[in-house]
Write a protein that binds this ligand. Structure first.
Ligand SMILES: [Zn+2]
Length: 174
């Protein structure tokens, strides 16, 4: 980056599934995006503008099948040189002068992760039905137990109510 002359430099990257594999991040492993990074060297700092467009595949929260999420994200980051790496603020970082390099891959990756909604599910009816059935079966175990417990409690309450019933019972006998 140090070698970049004053002015604007444009870099374009294709971020595909091999790239995600290389990044080996926990949140996104598949996708196909186009990234444009504009680096503006103003002389005392670097103004980086990221533009991401494309899509990533992440597991649906409901059926765990892959779903595509469109990514259309822009971000800006200021970089300047200093003695050591330091995040001065959310959009200003200091990079060691001796390195004079900035690996933008993680910024791109984080930007992608950031653009994915916290909760993401397929559109209604678009979930993988086979997967849903499997999940339901899987979830049936503990849920049934819970229900059984509830039923048991209900029964106890019912019995208790019966026990307290001699009043009406005796009324019947009378
Ligand atoms: Zn789904």
């Amino acid at each position: 980056m140090k070698s970049l002359s004053l002015g604007t430099h444009v870099f374009e990257f294709q971020l595909d599934t091999p790239w995600f594999e290389l990044m080996d991040g926990p949140d996104v492993q598949k996708g196909k995006l186009n990234a444009i990074v504009r680096v503006i060297n103003t002389g005392n700092l670097y103004d980086l503008r990221f533009e991401l467009s494309g899509g990533v595949q992440v597991p649906c929260d409901r059926c765990l099948d892959d779903m595509t999420i469109e990514v259309d994200q822009k971000s800006q980051l200021f970089v300047k040189f200093g003695p050591e790496f330091f995040e001065e603020s959310e959009d200003m970082i200091v990079v060691p002068e001796r390195e004079g390099e900035l690996n933008v891959a993680w910024f791109l990756y984080e930007l992608i992760v950031f653009s994915i909604p916290l909760k993401h599910v397929h559109a209604p009816g678009k979930c993988n039905k086979t997967m849903m059935i499997k999940l339901k079966k899987h979830m049936a175990g503990p849920k049934d137990e819970e229900e059984a417990e509830v039923d048991f409690t209900d029964e106890e309450d019912f019995e208790a109510a019966d026990d307290n019933d001699p009043v009406s019972g005796s009324a019947w006998e009378d």
